[in-house]
Design a protein around this ligand. Structure first.
Ligand SMILES: [Zn+2]
Length: 58
């Protein structure tokens, strides 16, 4: 079982789940909000939140 982290941005009220964009580089992939551009390390308006989820299928 694996625990993975889901990120959300609530810049427009209702939290929107963020999706990480894969890159070809070996750089860390960070989820970014499509609507306001916030990410876990760049969250000027404090709209980013997260939830740890168990994945029983893993
Ligand atoms: Zn946002």
């Amino acid at each position: 079982m694996t625990i993975y982290r889901k990120w959300y941005c609530s810049c427009r009220g209702k939290p929107l789940e963020l999706t990480a964009v894969e890159t070809v580089e070996d750089e860390p992939v960070e989820p970014t909000c499509e609507r306001c551009g916030a990410s876990p390390s760049s969250d000027p308006r404090h709209t980013i939140s997260y939830r740890d989820v168990d994945n029983p299928d893993d």
